[in-house]
Structures are given as structure tokens and as C-alpha cells.
Design a protein around this ligand. Structure first.
Ligand SMILES: Cc1cc2nc3c(=O)[nH]c(=O)nc-3n(C[C@H](O)[C@H](O)[C@H](O)COP(=O)(O)OP(=O)(O)OC[C@H]3O[C@@H](n4cnc5c(N)ncnc54)[C@H](O)[C@@H]3O)c2cc1C
Length: 383
């Protein structure tokens, strides 16, 4: 699959499968299994799996474009996709001694039959996912893990979870290890419902691990090297992916607002809203400017990821922080411009507005990113 083919497959699935049911799934808080089936059949679940393991071996540029295309139709599905791509990337980066054991799972991902996700956040350390409270206990050459994971996208639907836990002998708060935990592992269960304000169709429910046994060959990082993998493998793609979801939401908000301004009419004046009111046109223009600005920012991050340099980590941090703010601002403007029609849920704008708020809340949150950037500017330690 080429870059262009991947994007055209994503757009086709977005219009045929995602768009028609996004509203109903949001209302019902229903996870779209048919969306995941279509993504699997199209090869998009194996997008970044190396070609040597039957995947498409594509990079961050394609990932960002595919995620934005999905988000334009249904941000919940795009978030599921994003967490899956991160799970797959973490499995693909497994330490050499686990590479053979995880290969069949990567092949299943490439074949579109396996959905993965990240289970990092814990009830105890909340959004500070880099400091798990749980600690793995030695069990022969493997470990046993008990943990309260507070939000896990695709909970109950994924075939595997990438679980963080403090290393058995770790001494510092960030001395974590990452493990691959198959969904059917004894002791792993979905621990509650998901009834969020936004992203209602992505099953981001809590997951409990009670004395789950994980063999040594499903330990993805060396003991205590989980934090480094979070920074080098997960963070850049997560921030790029959430920014791409934000971009998809902004594009949908601009399109939805434009359509409403063209179709809704003041019959007594013989004009559409858009023809009649320059103030609405100006707000629509500002939404378009902010959306294109976010798109340019994402392109800049992609370039930094393709050709890493001194400023790459700064761009990684900045892009998610900015994207969260832009998505909230653009969808808020859409709510204002579309007035009562948006407020009374006659349009999909209010779903976009609710979904946009998830990006800023998802860790690293916008606040934490700004805190890191400020500290970095002042030469202060981040952790
Ligand atoms: C839709 C959705 C899907 C999710 N999916 C997953 C998933 O798949 N896997 C996963 O591991 N997690 C997931 N999460 C969890 C997410 O990443 C965060 O951990 C979670 O939203 C944090 O919420 P909290 O209330 O516990 O944050 P808190 O830590 O209680 O934060 C409360 C407030 O304090 C601010 N704050 C916290 N620390 C600082 C700081 N150092 N400086 C400045 N401000 C700070 C925050 O920005 C926030 O505004 C998901 C969350 C959502 C909403």
C-alpha cells in the first residue's frame, strides 16, 4: 500500500462506514466494530507495521493523514485507530529477546485481525502516566501485575493491551516497564462503563488487572526502560495523532458550518444566513484560518519527525498543546455561528465540540505540555 492508497482507503471508509453512523454511535455510546473490521480489511491497521512482518511500513506522514480523514467523519473511531497504531508501534519496537514471541501478533495486526491499545493511565497517578503506581512482581522469568488502569480506549474490544507498570526492582517513580497483555489473560477485566462527554463511541473505560501473569517474552522493554519507550516511541506519534484528530474535527466544523450558512434561510429577507450576515462570514473565515494554521503546524511536526533535529521534541510538545486549543476554539466558534440549530443538536457540530475537548484532557494534557515547554525554555528539569 502506498501513501496515496492509504489516504484514499481511509476516505472511502470514512464516507461509507463512519459518517452514516457517527451520530447514532455517539448517542448510544456504541463502539463501532464494523469500522474496525473495515480498517482491518483495508490493511490500514497494519499501516506502520514493518514490511518485513507483512505490514505496509508507512510513516508518520501517512498516519497523520489517515487519522485526520477518519476524524473528519468520526473522531471516536479515529482515536481508536490512533491508540491501535501506538500499540502496534510499541510492539514492533519490542526488545530483541521478545521479538520472536510478538511477531505472530504483528502479523495478525498486519492481516487486520488484531486491535491493540495503550493502558498507561492509572487511578493513582491520574494524568501523570509516566509514573505508574502499580508495580510488577517477579514470577519466575516473567511477572505478575495488579493495576487499576483508569481509561483505556477500546476497552473490551482490543485483542491486546500495552500495559505500563513499575519494574519489580525499580527505585525511581519513572522506572516503569511496558508489557504486552493479551485481552484473554486471566485477571484482566473491563472495570466500569464509559459514558464520557465526548468521544462517546470509543469505549475508554477503566480496566483492572488482578494478578495477571505476563511471560518474559511479552515484556516489551528492558526492566525500567518503559519511560524511555514512552518518550521515544509513543509520545511523538501520540501527539501527532491527537493533533490530526483535532485537525479532522476542525475541518468537519468548517464544512458543517459552511453547509448550514448556505442552507439555513431568513425567508422574510430572501437570503441564506451566510448571504445575510457578514459577522457569520467573518467567524467562518477565522475558523478556516485556524484550521489551515493547524494543518501547517502538523506538516511542520511531520518534517521534524522525518528529519529529527534539536527542535523536534519541542515541536512534539507544542503541536498537541496547540491542536487542543485550536480544536476547542474552532468548534466553539462553530457552535456560536450555527446558533440554536447547533445547540439543539440538529447538526453534528455539538458532537465535534464535545469530541474536541478530549484532546486537551488526554495525557500529556495541554496544561502539562505548556508546563514542560516553559520549564524547557528556562533550562529546568522536566520531571
Ligand atoms: C477519551 C479519553 C480516552 C483516553 N484513553 C486513554 C488510553 O487509551 N490509555 C490511557 O492510558 N489513558 C487514556 N486516557 C486518560 C488520559 O490520558 C488522562 O490520563 C486522563 O484524562 C487524566 O484525567 P484526570 O482527571 O485524572 O487528570 P488529572 O491528573 O486529575 O488533572 C486535572 C487537571 O490538572 C492539570 N494538571 C495535572 N498535572 C499538571 C501539571 N503538572 N501542570 C499543570 N497542570 C496539571 C490537568 O491538565 C487537568 O486540567 C483517556 C482519557 C480520555 C478522556
Amino acid at each position: 500500500m502506498t501513501h496515496d492508497e492509504a489516504i484514499s482507503r481511509a476516505k472511502e471508509i470514512a464516507s461509507r462506514v463512519l459518517a452514516p453512523s457517527a451520530g447514532q454511535n455517539d448517542k448510544a455510546g456504541r463502539f463501532s466494530t464494523e469500522a474496525i473490521e473495515s480498517l482491518g480489511e483495508s490493511g490500514l491497521l497494519g499501516l506502520m507495521v514493518p514490511a518485513a512482518i507483512d505490514g505496509s511500513g508507512l510513516g508518520p506522514r501517512t498516519f497523520a493523514n489517515v487519522t485526520a480523514a477518519l476524524a473528519e467523519a468520526d473522531a471516536s473511531v479515529a482515536m481508536v485507530y490512533l491508540m491501535h497504531i501506538l500499540g502496534a508501534a510499541t510492539i514492533a519496537a519490542a526488545r530483541p529477546s521478545a521479538a520472536q514471541a510478538v511477531k505472530p501478533i504483528l502479523q495478525e495486526i498486519a492481516a487486520g485481525r488484531h486491535l491493540s491499545t495503550l493502558a498507561f493511565s492509572e487511578a493513582g497517578s491520574r494524568s501523570h502516566f509516566w509514573t505508574p503506581i502499580s508495580r510488577a512482581r517477579r514470577n519466575g522469568s516473567g511477572v505478575r501485575i495488579s493495576a487499576k488502569k483508569s481509561w483505556v480506549t477500546s476497552a473490551g474490544h482490543a485483542q491486546s493491551y500495552i500495559v505500563s507498570s513499575l519494574a519489580p526492582d525499580g527505585t525511581g517513580p519513572t522506572d516503569s516497564t511496558l508489557y504486552l497483555v493479551p485481552a484473554q489473560t486471566r485477571g484482566l477485566s473491563v472495570a466500569g462503563p464509559w459514558d464520557g462527554l465526548g468521544m462517546r463511541a470509543n469505549a475508554s473505560a477503566p480496566v483492572a488487572l488482578e494478578d495477571c501473569e505476563v511471560p518474559a517474552n511479552f515484556q516489551l522493554t528492558e526492566d525500567g526502560a518503559g519511560f524511555q519507550a514512552m518518550l521515544s516511541v509513543v509520545l511523538p506519534l501520540f501527539n501527532l495523532g491527537t493533533a490530526s484528530v483535532a485537525l479532522g474535527l476542525c475541518r468537519a466544523a468548517v464544512a458543517g458550518t459552511s453547509a448550514h450558512l448556505k442552507s439555513a434561510r431568513f425567508e422574510h429577507l430572501g437570503q441564506s444566513l451566510g448571504e445575510c450576515l457578514p459577522t457569520l462570514r467573518a467567524q467562518l473565515a477565522a475558523m478556516q484560518i485556524d484550521t489551515d494554521g493547524l494543518s501547517a503546524r502538523i506538516d511542520d511536526l511531520i518534517e521534524h519527525l522525518e528529519r529529527p533535529r534539536d527542535t523536534t521534541m519541542l515541536r512534539v510538545l507544542e503541536t498537541k498543546a496547540a491542536a487542543g486549543d485550536v480544536a476547542i476554539s474552532v468548534t466553539s466558534a462553530a457552535m456560536r455561528v450555527c446558533g440554536g440549530a447547533a445547540f439543539s443538536k440538529h447538526l453534528s457540530i455539538e458532537r465535534l465540540f464535545r469530541d474536541a475537548h478530549a484532546g486537551a484532557v488526554m495525557a500529556p494534557t495541554g496544561d502539562v505540555l505548556r508546563e514542560f515547554i516553559g520549564k524547557a525554555r528556562l533550562g529546568m528539569p522536566l520531571f
